[in-house]
Design a protein around this ligand. Sequence first.
Ligand code: GTP
Ligand code: MG
Length: 464
Amino acid sequence: MPLPTHSPTEHALLVAVERPGQAWAAADSLEELARLVETVEVEVVGSVTQKLSHPLAGTYVGKGKLHEIGERQESLNYDLVVVDDELSPAQQRNLEKALDVKIVDRTALILDVFARRAVTHEGRLQVELAQLEYRLPRLTGLWTHLSRQGVGGVGLRGPGETQLESDRRELGKRIVQIKRELGEVHTHRQLYRDRRKSVPVPVVALVGYTNAGKSTLLNALTGATVMAEDKLFATLDPTTRRTALPSGRDLLVTDTVGFINNLPTLLVAAFRATLEEINEATVLLHVVDVTHPNAAEQMQTVAEVLEELGADDKPVVTALNKIDLLADGADLARVGDPVDIASLLARLGPAAALASNPVPISAQRGFGFEALLARLQVALEEDARFISVRLSVPFARTDLVDLFHRTGRVEQSRFDESGTTIFGQIPAAAVGRFSPYLVVLQNDQSPAQPPLAATTISSPESAA
Ligand SMILES: Nc1nc2c(ncn2[C@@H]2O[C@H](COP(=O)(O)OP(=O)(O)OP(=O)(O)O)[C@@H](O)[C@H]2O)c(=O)[nH]1
Ligand SMILES: [Mg+2]
């Protein structure tokens, strides 16, 4: 007899707190949460939101709302409640107690989606690491749950040790073991990258919100066969393939994991090695689904994650993707016209400012690739061109000093009561980021003469 392939579907009620001034409207965030829930084959039966200045420390939502959620159980018959935030262990425990139903928070849900998607050894280890780190502070809840059901414990404890202590110890041991294994995988990957660097081929990393079309673009540009699907987090593992620039020069393109609003910090930490691919790239190719109703919020999220990764100093080319969906019929060229770039950008509102070097494309239909590659070539050439500059910043802008250290080559630096002065070289493409504190000294790559009197000079290290 064939086994049933589907377990009976679980039903979920979604819960969110709407707070003033949040980047994502609660309704939009809930819509995305619903897609994530469907990804793990759970059916959404309803949603509840509450306007609060901030979620309550005890039970996330207020008493009245809690009551409402409880009452809905009868009509909606949900099996679990999914909360659109990361809950503290206490919030989760209190909610579980008050509602007597399984509570899943946004972080656990995203971890679950990742766990389903992970295929490679490294991907699996990284997800497991994030899951264990998530569980560790929440072990108390697990234990009381188990003790309620009267399972676990017997014969498993060491002498004088509670179940909780031994569970913690086991988790801790597994975390150490995974970190060691990951360390080995990462060393291997670093070796591979170093070997790649010995032949200086420029690397472009595809970045962007999940489902924006990164893998579709990689496949179309390089003939790769990475799985591209209408699914959140279709890609978890990085893939690098070769293509050619209009000049004939080789170019490596790397596809990697997409971003999402409220990307759990634990995941970013666990995937740091994978995300390193982004930091190692010369230029970032930000793929935006410009047809998505939340394209602007998605761009903002991508900008925030890039900042968190310390990759916000890279030159960016923005691919405004999926424009075929805006061109009813075959008239792609018109949507991609220079005049219409303005209307594409207008869809993004203030987030249009984040779209540096915008190029309209359709990854699926192969439209706009020529312009895209030409723009990438310019960005790569600009990045390779360093110019000599003097930067003088007040102390309030030490962020620019950091940026200089990250993007450029510091030759000399000094500081006095008015701030910091740096002499050195930065990529021509980065000049705009330092305005209005920058003076261009020399427009070529030859090293600048030391322009400071020796007595006022300190080494970059001692000035930092
Ligand atoms: N209409 C249209 N659909 C596209 C285009 N590019 C990608 N898609 C679709 O968008 C969905 C997501 O594409 P992917 O390439 O998997 O997106 P991704 O950015 O790699 O997503 P993750 O790996 O989840 O981060 C797929 O269903 C693609 O077919 C496009 O230019 N036009
Ligand atoms: Mg992908």
